[in-house]
Design a protein around this ligand. Sequence first.
Ligand SMILES: Cc1ncc(COP(=O)(O)O)c(C=O)c1O
Length: 428
Amino acid sequence: MSGLRKETICVQGGYTPGNGEPRQIPVIQSTTFRYASGEEMGKLFDLEAPGYFYTRLQNPTNDHVAAKICALEGGSAAMLTSSGQAANFFAMFNLASCGDHIVASSSIYGGTFNLISVTMAKMGISVTFVSPDCTDEELNSAFRDNTKLVFGETIANPALTVLDIEQFARAAHAHGVPLIVDNTFATPINCRPFEWGADIVTHSTTKYMDGHGVGVGGAIVDSGHFDWMAHADRFPGLCTPDESYHGITYAEKFGREGAFITKCTAQLMRDLGSIQSPQNAFYLNLGLESLHVRMARHCENGQAVAEYLSSHPKVLKVVYCGLPGDRYHERAMKYLPNGSCGVVSFELKGGREAASVFMNNLRLAAIETHVADARTCCLNPATTTHRQMTDEQLLQAGVPAGLVRMSCGLENARDLIDDIAQALEKVN
Ligand SMILES: Cc1ncc(COP(=O)(O)O)c(C=O)c1O
C-alpha cells in the first residue's frame, strides 16, 4: 500500500493480514525461530536470505511496527530499539567511532547531551556543540576532517527551540555527512524532517508515539537518500567489507535504501542487543493507531494553556512556538504549520518558591519526570532534576528557578486552565 495519507498509515500501516490471519498485529513472543535445515539458517546468518533467527536482532512484531513508523516518516527502512537513548546512540555510533567527531545542536535533551559529551567522549568520539540559532559561518566552522554526522532535535526538550532543519542539512551535505534529527516532540504528524533534507530520523517512542506512559522505546528511520558510496572514505563501516559478516559491504549489497538499518541491526543489535520487547512494540502500535487524533488535541491544549499563561500577571515569560511573540514562531510556521506539541514552558515571577507552591497546589497536572502523555504533567527543574544548583547557576544553565515545564495532555482545555488558575491563586 503506497500513497496513503498519514492518518490511514497510523491506523493500518506496517501490517496487512492475509486471509484468515489476525486483524491486529500478532505479538510474536518467541526468542527463536525454527528451520528445517542448517543450510537455510546459514543463509540468514550470511544475510543472503530474509528471515528471523533470534529476537535479539529482529522480531516480526517489531518489524511491523517499525514499518508503520517508517511509512509515517516517509523513509526507506526502520528499526525499533529498547529506548530513545538507544535509538540516538545506535544512530550515531553506526557512523562514528573512536577518533571521529560529531557536530550537534547545543539545544537537545539532557540525556542525549550527556550521552554525546560524556559517554561517547569516553569512547573517543568528540563533539562540537553549536547554537540552534547559529549563522551559516558558525555552523560551517564547527566541521572537521573527521566529522561523521550532524545531530539536532526538531523541537528540543526542554528548551522548545525549533531546529532550522534546512540550514543544518545544507551544512551537513556540504561537508559530505548526513543530518540526524530526533523528531520525538513533533512526531511525523507535525513534521517530516526528510522533506526538509534530514537523512536519518530518531524517536523516543516513549513519548507521543506511545502516548499513554506504557512502554519505554525508540525508533530509527533511514530516508534512503544519503549516498554512502559517494563518501566511501568517510564511512568505511558502510563502504568496505565487514569481516564480522563474511565480507559483506553494506552500501553495495543493500544500497542507499537498506545499508544503514541493515548494518545497525547486523552489528549493533547483534553486539549490544538493545531490542524493544515484542510486547512493548504491540503497545506502541496501539498508541500509533491514534497518534494523528491525539497530536491535534495535545497541540490545541498546549496553545490554549500557553495563551492563558501569557496574559497572567504572575507569569514572567511563556515559551511556546505557537505564540505569535515566541522567538521560534516564524520558524515553526515553516516547519510545523499544523502545530508543534503539547509541551509549554513558563517562568513564574516568584521564582523557586512560587513554582513550588504552584505545583503543589495543582490537582489535575501531576508532578512527573515525563512528558508527552495523555495525562497532563509538569516539572520544576529547580526543585527536582536541577535541585543541587543555586539560583545563579540555574540562570546560567538557561533554567531559571521559577521555570515550570508543563506537558499538556488530552483533558478538556478549560479544566486544565481552571486547575492552573486555582494553583496560581495560591502563589503570593
Ligand atoms: C527528545 C528526546 N530524545 C530522546 C529521549 C530519550 O528517550 P528514552 O527516555 O525513551 O530513552 C528523550 C527523553 O525524554 C527525549 O525527550
